[in-house]
Design a protein around this ligand. Structure first.
Ligand code: ADP
Ligand code: HMS
Length: 559
């Protein structure tokens, strides 16, 4: 290991690749001080309606990205962050990255994304399938049903259900809908690993996504026999398209290549950390790496990550992976596919023009205006109750055919009422997740919040009241990027492990929001009704949501 003392005045760079943008932050190794940051918005954002290369309309529930946008983050955000920090590149000893997941890229043997080849530019399946590409639900259902029937022992590690967001569902969808793309792809690669490949020239598959998204458990993937039964042509998916040597979190995947040094302005040869997921990488940034400390990374979606000392099977969790957050502990993950996305959708499509005008005149966002108005209400005053499934349900139902619902609307309902009901619905969704963990014997002793939504104090108070738990809040506004910087410091040898680096470089403030007893009892009643709606629409008693989605797809196909 490099001399620890010599490294303490050094710097590291963390880069967080989010849903719409990438953010780089320059961090001091000694104490985690964030000296400067910069954001680069992806030029193509999320491709949901039409393919940029041809204008072809995409079917519902598709979400693609363009991989060159990620390289542009390295070319712009990293140098700009160095500039903002007034940092000397030669002081930087390592770079770490995190990505949304499961975000998948079909590539050739040299890492070229298939969508960059002339023959595949017009083929939607050759593009990046973003985590929220939800159109492989049919494949996901078959994957789950077959695993259940065969008693596959990996299924309970994923709460009994495999998500349409993950590697196998997305891979099977390519095989069945675009066999030529499937045949041409050398590997199906997590974007989290592809970006590290761009930085180092080496493909190293990270243990985190391999475990949570790639069904890698106890050193093995699903068997060829199982895959053959799913589809005979899928038998060798693991061997041909997925399996690759794994890197553990906090290890170095390699060193910065000459090409990447040119893009970023960083010195060639510095350590590059093994790739990681935006959620999991945030736990050390919030100093929440001990069993029972649940971190909710609340942004477009919410991911809940928590270490546990023991292996337990929690129904509907996204997964439990050994070393999935830090080596040596069982990392648990659950999540909600839509949170900030739902609030954002409502501000764009559900708010009358006068609210937009007022917000503009006052120089605040529509979110802030609605939050201010909604904060004046007592619990239950709006008379509404919502289900937070506008982007499907990740935990605990793992079903992306589900959709949103608002009950109780009248002619007196105003935009701020609905907005507050949506905030509350996401808090109820988190309560479902925590209750399910506790019921399965996995204690949740602390709730730590991170991510962009910590900026909304009403939302935070609602969570404290609905969960009846104090909220700890991460000290950094750039949680994932700081987490990546922490991994970079470990990969560079500045700390012996992620726990030690988290203690020195992470930060958290405890008891920032405390439950208000009258609100807690009001929400307890509403949660009982939420549970009724949740089970009625989500557990098979009423299949109307599935039927509506089917009709929508059929109508779109006929256009
Ligand atoms: N004041 C606010 N209150 C609630 N939600 C907000 C507010 N401002 C923005 N949002 C939502 O936050 C989400 C972005 O969260 P952020 O953490 O910045 O991004 P990401 O999850 O991509 O990292 C968007 O979906 C947006 O609708
Ligand atoms: O699903 C995961 C992690 O497992 C996230 O990467 C995904 O929800 C995207 O997160 P963001 O809300 O964009 O931060």
């Amino acid at each position: 290991m490099t001399d620890v003392l010599a490294l303490t005045d050094s710097l590291v760079v963390g880069v967080d690749f989010g849903t719409l943008s990438g953010r780089a932050v320059v961090v001091r190794v000694r104490d985690g001080a964030e000296l400067g940051s910069a954001v680069f918005e992806y030029p193509h954002a999320v491709v949901e309606e039409t393919l940029p290369s041809t204008g072809r309309t995409l079917p519902p529930d598709w979400a693609l990205q363009v991989p060159s946008d990620y390289v542009d983050v390295l070319r712009h955000a990293v140098p700009n962050a160095l500039k903002a920090a007034n940092a000397k590149p030669e002081d930087v000893i390592g770079i770490g990255t995190d990505f949304t997941a499961c975000t998948m890229i079909p590539v050739t043997a040299d890492g070229t994304p298939l969508c960059e080849l002339d023959e595949f530019r017009a083929e939607p399946h050759a593009y990046v399938k973003l985590w929220k590409h939800h159109s492989a639900q049919g494949q996901a259902d078959r994957i789950t049903d077959l695993a259940r029937n065969r008693g596959e022992k990996w299924l309970p590690r994923y709460g009994g259900l495999i998500s349409s967001e993950w590697e196998f569902a997305k891979g099977l969808q390519i095989l069945e809908e675009a066999p030529a793309v499937y045949a041409a792809m050398w590997r199906f690669v997590e974007a989290a690993d592809w970006i590290v490949w761009q930085l180092t020239g080496n493909y190293v598959r990270n243990a985190c996504t391999a475990g949570y998204k790639g069904i890698h458990q106890d050193g093995a993937y699903p068997s060829p026999d199982y895959l053959r039964e799913l589809n005979p042509a899928f038998e060798s998916f693991v061997v041909d398209k997925l399996a690759h040597p794994l890197g553990q979190l906090g290890d170095a995947a390699g060193t910065l290549s000459a090409q990447a040094a040119e893009w970023t302005g960083l010195p060639q040869g510095i350590a590059v950390a093994v790739g990681n997921v935006d959620a999991h990488v945030t736990a050390p940034a919030a100093q929440a790496v001990e069993p029972g400390q649940m971190v909710a990374i609340m942004g477009t979606s919410t991911c809940h990550v928590m270490n546990g000392a023991e292996l337990r099977e929690v129904p509907g969790m996204c997964g439990v992976v050994e070393g999935g957050i830090v080596p040596g502990l069982w990392g648990y993950e659950a999540g909600q596919s839509g949170v900030g996305d739902i609030f954002g959708w409502f501000t764009h499509h559900g708010v009358p023009p006068e609210y937009h005008e007022t917000a503009r005149e006052r120089g605040i966002s529509v979110h802030e205006l609605l939050t201010e108005l909604a904060a004046r209400q007592r619990v239950g005053e709006h008379g509404l109750l919502a289900l937070d499934w506008h982007s499907g349900n990740r935990s605990v139902l793992v079903d992306h055919e589900l959709s949103g619902l608002i009950v109780g609307q009248t002619l007196a309902t105003r935009a701020e009422d609905t907005y507050r009901a949506l905030l509350e619905a996401t808090a109820f969704g988190t309560r479902m997740i925590i209750d399910t963990f506790i019921d399965a014997g996995v204690p949740v002793t602390e709730f730590v919040v991170a991510g962009g939504l910590i900026r909304n104090p009403l939302l935070m108070q609602i969570y404290a009241d609905v969960l009846d738990m104090p909220l700890s809040v991460i000290g950094s506004a750039n949680g994932p990027a700081l987490g990546s910087a922490i991994h970079a410091a470990v990969a560079a040898g500045a700390y012996p492990d992620i726990r030690a680096a988290a203690a020195a470089m992470g930060s958290v403030e405890r008891d920032v929001y405390l439950p208000i007893p009258t609100n807690v009892s009001g929400y307890e009643e509403l949660f009982t009704d939420y549970l009724t709606l949740h089970d009625h629409f989500g557990r098979g008693a009423n299949e109307v949501m599935r039927r509506l989605k089917r009709r929508r797809r059929k109508a779109k196909e006929q256009q």
